[in-house]
Design a protein around this ligand. Structure first.
Ligand code: SAH
Length: 455
Protein backbone atom coordinates (compact mmCIF):
# COMPACT_ATOMS: atom_id res chain seq x y z
CA UNK A 1 0.00 0.00 0.00
CA UNK A 2 1.25 3.48 -0.80
CA UNK A 3 0.72 6.00 1.95
CA UNK A 4 -1.43 8.91 0.86
CA UNK A 5 -0.88 12.50 1.84
CA UNK A 6 -3.57 13.92 4.16
CA UNK A 7 -4.90 10.42 4.95
CA UNK A 8 -5.00 9.26 8.57
CA UNK A 9 -3.52 5.92 9.67
CA UNK A 10 -3.09 4.07 12.93
CA UNK A 11 0.43 3.20 14.03
CA UNK A 12 2.60 2.28 17.01
CA UNK A 13 5.78 4.23 17.77
CA UNK A 14 8.61 1.72 17.98
CA UNK A 15 11.78 3.85 17.83
CA UNK A 16 13.27 7.33 17.74
CA UNK A 17 15.46 9.09 15.17
CA UNK A 18 18.63 10.88 16.25
CA UNK A 19 16.71 14.16 15.93
CA UNK A 20 14.08 12.90 18.39
CA UNK A 21 11.17 12.11 16.06
CA UNK A 22 9.20 8.98 16.83
CA UNK A 23 9.22 6.27 14.16
CA UNK A 24 6.23 4.13 13.29
CA UNK A 25 5.84 1.64 10.44
CA UNK A 26 2.78 1.57 8.25
CA UNK A 27 2.78 -1.32 5.79
CA UNK A 28 6.55 -1.42 5.83
CA UNK A 29 7.08 2.33 5.30
CA UNK A 30 8.83 4.27 8.06
CA UNK A 31 6.81 7.28 9.18
CA UNK A 32 8.51 10.00 11.24
CA UNK A 33 6.27 11.79 13.72
CA UNK A 34 7.49 14.49 16.11
CA UNK A 35 6.26 14.80 19.71
CA UNK A 36 5.63 11.10 20.08
CA UNK A 37 7.11 8.50 22.43
CA UNK A 38 8.04 4.85 22.08
CA UNK A 39 4.93 2.80 22.93
CA UNK A 40 2.41 5.42 21.79
CA UNK A 41 -0.46 4.04 19.76
CA UNK A 42 -1.61 6.95 17.61
CA UNK A 43 -3.56 8.07 14.62
CA UNK A 44 -1.29 10.02 12.34
CA UNK A 45 -2.05 12.24 9.37
CA UNK A 46 0.54 11.94 6.61
CA UNK A 47 1.82 15.41 5.74
CA UNK A 48 4.63 14.44 3.40
CA UNK A 49 5.48 11.34 1.43
CA UNK A 50 8.70 10.43 -0.29
CA UNK A 51 10.12 7.31 -1.91
CA UNK A 52 11.39 5.58 1.21
CA UNK A 53 9.63 7.27 4.10
CA UNK A 54 6.80 9.57 5.14
CA UNK A 55 6.29 12.34 7.67
CA UNK A 56 3.20 12.35 9.82
CA UNK A 57 1.53 14.52 12.43
CA UNK A 58 -0.22 13.25 15.55
CA UNK A 59 -3.98 13.45 15.13
CA UNK A 60 -5.00 11.35 18.11
CA UNK A 61 -3.22 9.52 20.88
CA UNK A 62 -5.16 6.27 21.25
CA UNK A 63 -2.90 4.75 23.96
CA UNK A 64 -0.18 6.91 25.48
CA UNK A 65 3.32 5.55 26.03
CA UNK A 66 4.18 4.91 29.70
CA UNK A 67 7.08 7.35 29.18
CA UNK A 68 4.75 10.29 28.57
CA UNK A 69 4.48 13.21 30.98
CA UNK A 70 2.72 16.54 30.73
CA UNK A 71 5.20 19.01 29.13
CA UNK A 72 6.13 21.72 31.67
CA UNK A 73 6.42 24.40 28.97
CA UNK A 74 3.47 25.88 27.12
CA UNK A 75 5.64 26.67 24.09
CA UNK A 76 6.94 23.10 23.73
CA UNK A 77 4.84 22.17 20.69
CA UNK A 78 5.76 25.29 18.72
CA UNK A 79 9.33 25.92 19.82
CA UNK A 80 12.25 24.18 18.12
CA UNK A 81 14.48 24.19 21.20
CA UNK A 82 13.46 21.12 23.24
CA UNK A 83 12.65 17.69 21.86
CA UNK A 84 11.80 15.60 24.91
CA UNK A 85 9.62 17.60 27.33
CA UNK A 86 6.69 15.24 26.70
CA UNK A 87 8.52 12.21 28.13
CA UNK A 88 10.18 11.59 31.50
CA UNK A 89 13.83 12.48 31.93
CA UNK A 90 14.57 8.81 32.69
CA UNK A 91 13.14 7.85 29.30
CA UNK A 92 15.16 10.63 27.63
CA UNK A 93 18.37 9.32 29.21
CA UNK A 94 17.62 5.79 28.01
CA UNK A 95 17.02 7.04 24.45
CA UNK A 96 20.31 8.95 24.49
CA UNK A 97 22.33 6.03 25.83
CA UNK A 98 20.69 3.74 23.28
CA UNK A 99 21.61 6.15 20.49
CA UNK A 100 25.29 5.99 21.45
CA UNK A 101 25.12 2.20 21.78
CA UNK A 102 23.48 1.83 18.36
CA UNK A 103 26.07 4.05 16.68
CA UNK A 104 28.97 2.18 18.25
CA UNK A 105 27.49 -1.17 17.15
CA UNK A 106 26.06 -0.34 13.74
CA UNK A 107 28.56 2.22 12.46
CA UNK A 108 31.62 1.24 14.47
CA UNK A 109 30.98 -2.49 14.34
CA UNK A 110 31.89 -2.88 18.03
CA UNK A 111 29.41 -5.45 19.31
CA UNK A 112 30.68 -5.70 22.86
CA UNK A 113 32.31 -2.32 23.59
CA UNK A 114 31.40 -1.24 27.11
CA UNK A 115 28.95 1.69 27.15
CA UNK A 116 28.71 3.12 30.65
CA UNK A 117 25.57 4.61 32.16
CA UNK A 118 24.79 8.05 30.76
CA UNK A 119 25.89 10.85 33.09
CA UNK A 120 22.53 12.57 33.52
CA UNK A 121 22.12 16.30 34.05
CA UNK A 122 21.06 17.51 37.48
CA UNK A 123 18.03 19.14 35.92
CA UNK A 124 16.30 19.76 32.63
CA UNK A 125 15.80 23.34 33.68
CA UNK A 126 17.94 26.47 34.10
CA UNK A 127 21.19 24.85 32.99
CA UNK A 128 22.05 27.06 30.02
CA UNK A 129 24.37 29.97 30.74
CA UNK A 130 23.79 31.56 27.35
CA UNK A 131 20.74 32.70 25.36
CA UNK A 132 20.46 34.20 21.90
CA UNK A 133 16.95 35.51 21.34
CA UNK A 134 16.02 36.65 17.83
CA UNK A 135 14.05 39.91 17.58
CA UNK A 136 11.48 40.59 14.84
CA UNK A 137 7.92 41.74 14.15
CA UNK A 138 4.67 39.80 14.14
CA UNK A 139 1.99 40.16 11.46
CA UNK A 140 0.55 43.19 13.31
CA UNK A 141 3.87 44.97 13.33
CA UNK A 142 4.51 44.39 17.03
CA UNK A 143 7.98 43.61 18.30
CA UNK A 144 8.47 39.91 19.10
CA UNK A 145 11.42 38.32 20.83
CA UNK A 146 11.96 34.69 21.66
CA UNK A 147 12.86 31.41 20.01
CA UNK A 148 12.61 29.98 16.55
CA UNK A 149 9.78 27.55 15.85
CA UNK A 150 10.75 23.98 14.90
CA UNK A 151 12.71 23.95 11.60
CA UNK A 152 11.78 27.56 10.83
CA UNK A 153 12.71 31.19 11.39
CA UNK A 154 9.29 32.17 12.71
CA UNK A 155 9.78 33.69 16.15
CA UNK A 156 7.79 32.21 19.06
CA UNK A 157 7.23 35.31 21.19
CA UNK A 158 8.51 34.43 24.65
CA UNK A 159 11.55 35.37 26.67
CA UNK A 160 10.60 32.67 29.13
CA UNK A 161 12.53 29.45 28.48
CA UNK A 162 12.91 26.64 31.02
CA UNK A 163 16.40 25.81 29.77
CA UNK A 164 17.74 29.16 30.95
CA UNK A 165 17.92 30.77 34.41
CA UNK A 166 14.76 32.79 35.27
CA UNK A 167 16.80 36.03 35.38
CA UNK A 168 17.19 35.82 31.57
CA UNK A 169 13.42 36.35 31.21
CA UNK A 170 13.59 39.42 33.46
CA UNK A 171 16.36 40.81 31.24
CA UNK A 172 14.37 39.92 28.12
CA UNK A 173 11.33 41.78 29.45
CA UNK A 174 13.43 44.86 30.29
CA UNK A 175 15.04 44.94 26.82
CA UNK A 176 11.71 44.33 25.09
CA UNK A 177 9.99 47.19 27.00
CA UNK A 178 12.92 49.51 26.40
CA UNK A 179 13.03 48.69 22.67
CA UNK A 180 9.28 49.36 22.26
CA UNK A 181 9.41 52.59 24.31
CA UNK A 182 12.33 53.87 22.27
CA UNK A 183 10.92 52.85 18.88
CA UNK A 184 13.88 50.60 18.16
CA UNK A 185 13.13 48.98 14.81
CA UNK A 186 13.32 45.16 14.96
CA UNK A 187 15.41 43.52 12.27
CA UNK A 188 13.67 41.95 9.30
CA UNK A 189 15.54 38.98 7.85
CA UNK A 190 13.78 39.16 4.50
CA UNK A 191 14.43 42.84 3.75
CA UNK A 192 17.68 43.15 5.77
CA UNK A 193 16.23 46.35 7.28
CA UNK A 194 15.71 47.25 10.94
CA UNK A 195 18.24 47.58 13.74
CA UNK A 196 17.87 45.11 16.63
CA UNK A 197 18.67 41.54 15.52
CA UNK A 198 19.25 39.54 18.70
CA UNK A 199 19.34 39.85 22.44
CA UNK A 200 22.32 37.82 23.61
CA UNK A 201 22.87 37.05 27.31
CA UNK A 202 25.72 35.23 29.09
CA UNK A 203 25.91 34.23 32.71
CA UNK A 204 28.84 33.10 34.87
CA UNK A 205 27.07 30.50 36.96
CA UNK A 206 29.67 30.33 39.72
CA UNK A 207 30.27 34.09 39.96
CA UNK A 208 26.72 35.29 39.22
CA UNK A 209 28.08 37.78 36.65
CA UNK A 210 25.81 38.68 33.73
CA UNK A 211 26.60 40.16 30.33
CA UNK A 212 23.90 41.58 28.08
CA UNK A 213 24.68 42.11 24.41
CA UNK A 214 22.51 43.74 21.73
CA UNK A 215 23.28 42.48 18.25
CA UNK A 216 22.51 45.28 15.80
CA UNK A 217 22.38 45.89 12.07
CA UNK A 218 24.02 49.32 12.40
CA UNK A 219 26.79 51.15 14.21
CA UNK A 220 24.98 52.50 17.24
CA UNK A 221 21.69 52.51 19.10
CA UNK A 222 20.00 55.38 20.96
CA UNK A 223 19.02 55.84 24.59
CA UNK A 224 21.11 53.02 26.04
CA UNK A 225 21.54 55.06 29.26
CA UNK A 226 17.96 54.29 30.23
CA UNK A 227 18.51 50.61 29.39
CA UNK A 228 21.66 50.51 31.55
CA UNK A 229 19.74 52.20 34.35
CA UNK A 230 17.09 49.47 34.26
CA UNK A 231 19.58 46.59 33.84
CA UNK A 232 21.37 47.76 36.97
CA UNK A 233 18.36 46.53 38.95
CA UNK A 234 19.36 42.99 37.94
CA UNK A 235 21.69 41.42 40.49
CA UNK A 236 25.00 40.40 38.87
CA UNK A 237 24.63 42.68 35.83
CA UNK A 238 28.21 43.54 34.89
CA UNK A 239 28.41 44.45 31.24
CA UNK A 240 26.37 45.82 28.33
CA UNK A 241 27.83 45.23 24.89
CA UNK A 242 26.87 46.07 21.34
CA UNK A 243 27.74 43.56 18.67
CA UNK A 244 27.78 44.95 15.15
CA UNK A 245 26.41 42.56 12.52
CA UNK A 246 25.52 44.29 9.26
CA UNK A 247 25.84 41.17 7.13
CA UNK A 248 22.92 39.49 5.40
CA UNK A 249 23.50 36.19 7.14
CA UNK A 250 22.11 33.59 9.54
CA UNK A 251 25.28 33.85 11.62
CA UNK A 252 24.18 35.58 14.80
CA UNK A 253 27.27 37.54 15.79
CA UNK A 254 29.38 40.00 13.86
CA UNK A 255 33.11 40.42 14.50
CA UNK A 256 33.03 43.79 16.27
CA UNK A 257 31.90 44.46 19.85
CA UNK A 258 31.56 47.81 21.62
CA UNK A 259 31.39 48.03 25.41
CA UNK A 260 28.61 50.37 26.60
CA UNK A 261 28.80 49.56 30.29
CA UNK A 262 31.28 47.69 32.51
CA UNK A 263 34.13 45.65 31.11
CA UNK A 264 34.20 43.68 27.86
CA UNK A 265 33.91 40.34 29.62
CA UNK A 266 32.50 38.44 32.57
CA UNK A 267 34.30 35.74 34.53
CA UNK A 268 33.30 32.20 35.42
CA UNK A 269 35.03 29.38 37.27
CA UNK A 270 35.27 25.98 35.61
CA UNK A 271 37.23 23.06 37.11
CA UNK A 272 38.69 25.49 39.66
CA UNK A 273 40.10 27.80 36.94
CA UNK A 274 39.00 31.31 36.04
CA UNK A 275 37.82 31.99 32.51
CA UNK A 276 37.04 35.38 31.01
CA UNK A 277 34.05 35.20 28.72
CA UNK A 278 33.61 37.88 26.07
CA UNK A 279 30.66 37.94 23.64
CA UNK A 280 32.67 36.20 20.94
CA UNK A 281 34.50 33.56 22.97
CA UNK A 282 33.30 29.96 23.06
CA UNK A 283 32.31 28.65 26.48
CA UNK A 284 30.44 25.45 27.35
CA UNK A 285 26.77 26.32 27.90
CA UNK A 286 26.18 23.74 30.63
CA UNK A 287 28.93 24.39 33.15
CA UNK A 288 28.07 21.60 35.62
CA UNK A 289 27.96 18.93 32.94
CA UNK A 290 31.10 20.32 31.28
CA UNK A 291 32.96 19.75 34.56
CA UNK A 292 31.68 16.16 34.66
CA UNK A 293 32.62 15.58 31.03
CA UNK A 294 36.14 16.96 31.56
CA UNK A 295 36.54 14.83 34.69
CA UNK A 296 35.74 11.68 32.71
CA UNK A 297 38.20 12.74 30.00
CA UNK A 298 40.82 13.32 32.70
CA UNK A 299 40.19 9.92 34.32
CA UNK A 300 40.57 8.28 30.91
CA UNK A 301 43.76 10.22 30.16
CA UNK A 302 45.47 8.95 33.40
CA UNK A 303 48.03 11.74 33.20
CA UNK A 304 51.38 11.96 34.96
CA UNK A 305 54.14 14.55 35.21
CA UNK A 306 56.06 12.81 32.37
CA UNK A 307 53.22 13.27 29.93
CA UNK A 308 52.98 15.68 27.03
CA UNK A 309 49.28 16.29 26.45
CA UNK A 310 47.97 17.37 23.05
CA UNK A 311 44.48 18.93 23.14
CA UNK A 312 43.21 18.99 19.55
CA UNK A 313 40.19 21.18 18.67
CA UNK A 314 40.82 22.96 21.97
CA UNK A 315 38.49 25.98 21.58
CA UNK A 316 39.47 28.41 24.33
CA UNK A 317 41.64 25.75 25.94
CA UNK A 318 39.32 24.70 28.76
CA UNK A 319 39.83 20.90 28.56
CA UNK A 320 43.63 21.01 28.38
CA UNK A 321 44.02 23.85 30.88
CA UNK A 322 41.93 21.93 33.41
CA UNK A 323 44.56 19.16 33.21
CA UNK A 324 47.74 21.24 32.72
CA UNK A 325 48.79 20.86 36.36
CA UNK A 326 48.97 17.08 35.90
CA UNK A 327 51.42 17.06 32.95
CA UNK A 328 54.89 18.20 31.90
CA UNK A 329 53.61 20.10 28.90
CA UNK A 330 50.28 20.94 27.26
CA UNK A 331 49.84 21.85 23.60
CA UNK A 332 46.43 23.03 22.38
CA UNK A 333 45.41 23.35 18.72
CA UNK A 334 42.42 25.24 17.37
CA UNK A 335 41.53 26.78 14.00
CA UNK A 336 39.81 30.00 15.18
CA UNK A 337 42.39 32.74 15.93
CA UNK A 338 40.22 34.49 18.52
CA UNK A 339 39.71 31.26 20.46
CA UNK A 340 43.49 30.76 20.55
CA UNK A 341 43.93 34.32 21.86
CA UNK A 342 41.38 33.47 24.58
CA UNK A 343 43.19 30.20 25.37
CA UNK A 344 46.53 32.01 25.79
CA UNK A 345 44.85 34.62 27.93
CA UNK A 346 43.14 31.93 30.02
CA UNK A 347 46.51 30.24 30.64
CA UNK A 348 48.02 33.54 31.89
CA UNK A 349 44.94 34.28 34.00
CA UNK A 350 45.48 31.00 35.84
CA UNK A 351 49.31 31.23 36.04
CA UNK A 352 49.68 28.18 33.82
CA UNK A 353 53.16 28.32 32.31
CA UNK A 354 53.53 24.86 30.72
CA UNK A 355 50.93 25.44 27.99
CA UNK A 356 51.40 26.37 24.34
CA UNK A 357 48.55 27.12 21.93
CA UNK A 358 48.75 26.86 18.15
CA UNK A 359 46.26 28.34 15.72
CA UNK A 360 46.02 25.81 12.88
CA UNK A 361 44.04 23.01 11.32
CA UNK A 362 44.26 20.02 13.68
CA UNK A 363 45.54 17.63 11.00
CA UNK A 364 48.25 20.04 9.76
CA UNK A 365 49.36 20.95 13.28
CA UNK A 366 49.61 17.29 14.29
CA UNK A 367 51.88 16.67 11.30
CA UNK A 368 54.04 19.69 12.14
CA UNK A 369 54.34 18.56 15.74
CA UNK A 370 55.37 15.10 14.62
CA UNK A 371 58.03 16.59 12.30
CA UNK A 372 59.29 18.84 15.09
CA UNK A 373 59.92 15.75 17.22
CA UNK A 374 57.53 16.70 20.01
CA UNK A 375 55.82 13.40 20.71
CA UNK A 376 52.65 13.83 22.78
CA UNK A 377 52.06 10.82 25.04
CA UNK A 378 48.33 11.43 25.46
CA UNK A 379 46.02 13.06 22.87
CA UNK A 380 42.53 14.41 23.45
CA UNK A 381 40.37 15.22 20.42
CA UNK A 382 37.10 17.15 20.65
CA UNK A 383 36.08 17.72 17.01
CA UNK A 384 32.91 19.40 15.72
CA UNK A 385 30.03 17.18 14.53
CA UNK A 386 31.69 16.09 11.32
CA UNK A 387 34.35 14.29 13.34
CA UNK A 388 38.09 13.95 12.65
CA UNK A 389 39.87 14.08 9.35
CA UNK A 390 41.09 10.61 8.26
CA UNK A 391 44.56 12.08 7.72
CA UNK A 392 44.57 13.33 11.29
CA UNK A 393 43.75 9.87 12.63
CA UNK A 394 46.66 8.46 10.62
CA UNK A 395 49.03 11.14 11.91
CA UNK A 396 47.91 10.47 15.49
CA UNK A 397 48.65 6.76 15.02
CA UNK A 398 52.16 7.68 13.77
CA UNK A 399 52.73 9.95 16.76
CA UNK A 400 51.81 6.83 18.73
CA UNK A 401 50.48 8.23 22.03
CA UNK A 402 49.69 5.76 24.83
CA UNK A 403 46.10 6.88 25.01
CA UNK A 404 43.65 8.79 22.83
CA UNK A 405 40.57 10.30 24.47
CA UNK A 406 37.82 11.11 21.99
CA UNK A 407 35.26 13.69 23.17
CA UNK A 408 32.33 13.79 20.75
CA UNK A 409 29.12 15.70 20.17
CA UNK A 410 28.01 13.24 17.48
CA UNK A 411 28.18 9.55 18.30
CA UNK A 412 27.75 8.56 14.63
CA UNK A 413 30.93 10.29 13.45
CA UNK A 414 32.74 9.18 16.61
CA UNK A 415 31.81 5.55 15.87
CA UNK A 416 33.09 5.94 12.30
CA UNK A 417 36.36 7.46 13.58
CA UNK A 418 37.05 4.92 16.33
CA UNK A 419 36.64 2.21 13.73
CA UNK A 420 39.47 3.85 11.74
CA UNK A 421 41.53 4.23 14.92
CA UNK A 422 41.04 0.52 15.64
CA UNK A 423 42.48 -0.45 12.25
CA UNK A 424 45.57 1.61 13.12
CA UNK A 425 46.32 -0.04 16.44
CA UNK A 426 44.06 1.84 18.87
CA UNK A 427 41.54 -0.30 20.70
CA UNK A 428 38.47 1.39 22.18
CA UNK A 429 38.06 0.46 25.86
CA UNK A 430 34.81 2.10 26.88
CA UNK A 431 32.44 4.95 26.12
CA UNK A 432 30.63 7.22 28.58
CA UNK A 433 27.68 9.25 27.29
CA UNK A 434 27.16 12.61 29.02
CA UNK A 435 23.94 14.61 28.79
CA UNK A 436 25.14 18.16 28.25
CA UNK A 437 21.79 19.31 26.85
CA UNK A 438 18.86 17.80 28.79
CA UNK A 439 15.50 18.23 27.07
CA UNK A 440 17.07 18.52 23.62
CA UNK A 441 18.06 15.77 21.21
CA UNK A 442 21.85 16.24 21.62
CA UNK A 443 24.15 13.91 23.53
CA UNK A 444 27.92 14.03 24.08
CA UNK A 445 30.18 11.10 24.78
CA UNK A 446 33.77 10.29 25.66
CA UNK A 447 35.67 7.26 24.41
CA UNK A 448 38.99 5.95 25.68
CA UNK A 449 41.33 4.27 23.19
CA UNK A 450 44.60 2.58 24.08
CA UNK A 451 47.56 2.10 21.77
CA UNK A 452 48.97 -1.29 20.79
CA UNK A 453 52.05 -3.30 21.76
CA UNK A 454 54.40 -0.26 21.59
CA UNK A 455 52.55 1.23 24.54
N1 SAH B 1 37.36 21.52 23.34
C1 SAH B 1 36.65 22.76 23.39
C2 SAH B 1 35.87 23.12 22.12
C3 SAH B 1 35.33 21.99 21.30
S1 SAH B 1 34.26 22.51 20.00
C4 SAH B 1 35.78 22.82 24.63
O1 SAH B 1 35.51 21.81 25.27
O2 SAH B 1 35.33 23.91 24.97
C5 SAH B 1 35.22 22.09 18.58
C6 SAH B 1 36.28 23.11 18.23
O3 SAH B 1 36.99 22.66 17.07
C7 SAH B 1 35.74 24.50 17.88
O4 SAH B 1 36.36 25.44 18.73
C8 SAH B 1 36.16 24.70 16.42
O5 SAH B 1 36.51 26.04 16.12
C9 SAH B 1 37.36 23.80 16.30
N2 SAH B 1 37.70 23.32 14.94
C10 SAH B 1 36.86 23.03 13.93
N3 SAH B 1 37.54 22.54 12.87
C11 SAH B 1 38.85 22.51 13.23
C12 SAH B 1 40.03 22.09 12.55
N4 SAH B 1 40.01 21.60 11.31
N5 SAH B 1 41.20 22.17 13.23
C13 SAH B 1 41.26 22.67 14.49
N6 SAH B 1 40.16 23.09 15.17
C14 SAH B 1 38.96 23.01 14.55
Amino acid sequence: MNLKKNETYKTVITGMTTEGSGVGRIDGTAVFITNTAVGDVIETKIIKTSKNYAIGRVENILEPSPDRIEPDCKYFKQCGGCTYRHISYDAECKIKKQRVEDAVKRIGGFESLKINELVAGSSRNSYRNKAQLPVGKDNNGNLVMGFYAYHSHRIVDSTNCNLQPPVFSEIGDIVRRWAVENNIEPYNEATHKGLLRHLYIRYGESTGEIMVCLVINGNSINNTDSLIHQLKTISGFKSLQLNINKEKTNVILGKKCITLYGSGFITDILCGLRFNISPLSFYQVNRTQAERLYQIAQNYARLSKDDVLLDLYCGTGTIGLSMAHKVKKLVGVEIIPQAIENAKHNARLNNITNAEFICADAAKAAQQLKKSGLMPTVIIVDPPRKGCDKGLIETISHISPKRVVYVSCDSATMARDIKIFSTLGYTPQEVTPVDMFPGTSHVECVCLMIGGELN
